[in-house]
Design a binder for this molecule. Structure first.
Ligand code: E4P
Length: 225
C-alpha cells in the first residue's frame, strides 16, 4: 500500500514527509484554495523540491473544456516538470483530454470518480491513476468498496497498467477499507495519518514500557548500557 499526502500545505508536507513513508503529493483547486493566493508554480515547485523526483506529484487542471485542460497540462509540465501527473476530472471534456495526453505520453491521474463507468472509461483511455472519491461516494449512499473492488478486478483481468489512487477520506477506517477492496494507493490529509498514531492507548503502552524500564535501570537507556 502506498500513502500520498492530499495537501498543498508546505509546512505539513515538510514535516510529515520526514516522518511517514510517503509516495507522493496530490492536490486539487479546493486544496490549493486553503493556502490562499499563492504563487502557484513557485509553490508546486517547492513541493517537488521537498519530495524529490522519485515521488509522484499530482496537479489538477482548472480549465473546464478539453482544449483548456490540454493548455493547463502543457503549462504545468513546462513550469514544474515533465514527470508531474496531470489530474483531470472524468467528465466528457476530461476523458477526451485524458486520451489526448496519454497519446502524448503524459502522466495522467483521472479524478472526481464516483462510478464504475467513470473509472473503467478512464482506464481504457490509458490513465495511470484513477482516483475514486471514497467519502463523497459514502455521502451519496454509494458503495465505494464495491466500486474499488470492481476496478481492481478489471485491472487484474485485463492487465490494465492503471493504479487505483483512492481519495476523499475522512478517517483511517475508510482508508483501510479502500486498501482491502483493492486500492494500491490512497491519498489523505496528514491529519488522518497523525490520528492513526497519536492515540491515548498507544501513548499509554509507551508510557508503561518506559516506567517499567526506568523502575530497573533508571534514566540509563539501552544505548548507554
Ligand atoms: C484528491 O486529490 C481528491 O481531490 C480529494 O481527496 C477530494 O477530497 P474531498 O472529498 O475531501 O474534497
Amino acid at each position: 500500500m502506498k500513502y500520498l499526502l492530499d495537501t498543498a500545505n508546505l509546512e505539513d508536507i515538510r514535516r510529515y514527509y520526514e516522518i511517514f513513508p510517503i509516495a507522493g503529493v496530490t492536490s486539487n483547486p479546493s486544496i490549493v484554495k486553503k493556502e490562499g493566493k499563492i504563487d502557484f508554480f513557485a509553490h508546486m515547485n517547492e513541493i517537488r523540491s521537498i519530495i524529490g523526483t522519485d515521488k509522484s506529484l499530482h496537479i489538477q487542471v482548472t480549465a473546464l473544456d478539453t482544449a483548456g485542460m490540454l493548455k493547463d497540462a502543457d503549462r504545468i509540465l513546462t513550469k514544474v516538470d515533465k514527470d508531474v501527473y496531470i489530474k483531470i476530472p472524468v467528465n466528457m471534456e476530461g476523458i477526451k483530454a485524458i486520451k489526448e495526453l496519454k497519446s502524448q505520453g503524459v502522466n495522467v491521474t483521472a479524478t472526481a470518480i464516483y462510478s464504475k463507468m467513470q473509472g473503467l472509461l478512464a482506464m481504457e483511455a490509458g490513465a495511470d491513476y484513477i482516483a475514486p472519491y471514497y467519502n463523497r461516494m459514502e455521502n451519496m449512499g454509494l458503495d465505494p468498496e464495491d466500486i474499488i473492488a470492481s476496478f481492481a478486478e478489471m485491472i487484474a483481468l485485463y492487465d490494465y497498467k492503471t493504479t487505483i489512487l483512492a481519495a476523499s477520506f475522512k478517517n483511517a477506517g475508510q482508508v483501510n477499507k479502500a486498501h482491502l477492496a483493492g486500492a494500491q494507493t490512497a491519498t489523505l490529509d496528514p491529519s488522518i495519518l497523525v490520528a492513526a498514531l497519536k492515540q491515548p492507548y498507544i501513548e499509554k503502552a509507551v508510557a508503561d514500557f518506559d516506567a517499567d524500564w526506568k523502575s530497573i535501570y533508571g534514566d540509563c537507556t539501552i544505548a548507554e548500557l
